[in-house]
Design a protein. Structure first.
Length: 252
């Protein structure tokens, strides 16, 4: 059976997976990262904390591919909304990913990865479709059970939606309204912004490995972006990740 690699930037985003893998899980430490190897909901998996940023995510992805032979990758975690229709508590599944802070102009067009000839890296269509279905089912059937009314009210989450489209990545925490407006102006198709996904997608493109990125929207990426971040991570994002990926693995 093929092995799935699961990555996240923050520990709370993988804690539920590690618990579910149980006592038979083994751990290998490579490059100051612990790679947890075992079976998750019947599927061979390697789960790892990639840490924050594009370099960290890329290095971890290479190790998953070369040392553990993973055949598919999923990156899960938080993101800030960029598109006006994307709200806190929504889920975004990547159709494509791009590095918004990459520019080798005038030698290469803005956003294009030098010598690769592309700026957009496509998520795997099969994985994306499966995650879209799992996320939609989770939000319509499990969300009200897993997330208390008090928690939903605290973050103003009423009817969370699933979106599919462009996710942009950069080595900066976007936390001002002016920065969001600039991203919207330059990349009007962008749904949300984070700090790792496009790097993972580039590595997977170079190695020919199917991948997908799924993000829970924690904020509007504006001046209130840091508000209750830890509480959202523990009460919403980690719950979403565990519930949606459980559905994905149970159907495999």
């Amino acid at each position: 059976m093929n092995t799935l690699g699961i990555l996240a930037a923050l520990h709370d985003e993988i804690a539920g997976f590690l618990h579910a893998m149980g006592p038979d899980m083994t751990v290998r430490t490579i490059g100051q990262r612990d790679y947890h190897v075992g079976v998750l909901y019947g599927r061979p998996c390697v789960v790892v904390l990639a840490r924050v940023g594009k370099v960290a995510a890329a290095a971890t992805t290479v190790t998953l591919i070369r040392e553990f032979g993973v055949t598919e990758l999923v990156f899960t975690g938080l993101a800030g909304a960029v598109a006006p229709q994307v709200r806190v508590g929504d889920v975004v599944v990547a159709q494509a990913l791009l590095q918004h802070d990459l520019s080798a102009a005038p030698l290469f067009p803005r956003y294009e990865v030098p010598l690769l000839g592309r700026s957009h890296f496509q998520a795997d269509a099969v994985l994306s479709a499966a995650l879209l279905d799992c996320a939609s089912h989770y939000l319509h059937h499990d969300f009200d059970v897993d997330v208390s009314t008090a928690t939903r009210d605290a973050f103003g989450i009423t009817q969370p939606q699933v979106h599919h489209g462009l996710i942009i990545s950069g080595d900066q925490f976007v936390a001002t309204a002016s920065a969001v407006h600039a991203l919207r102006a330059d990349l009007p198709q962008a749904l949300c912004v984070e700090m790792e996904g496009a790097a993972v997608a580039q590595i997977c493109f170079e190695y020919g490995i199917p991948c997908v990125v799924i993000r829970t929207i924690s904020d509007r990426a504006d001046d209130d972006a840091s508000t209750d971040f830890s509480a959202f991570l523990a009460g919403i994002a980690s719950v979403y990740s565990a519930g949606i990926l459980r559905r994905l693995l149970n159907r495999a």
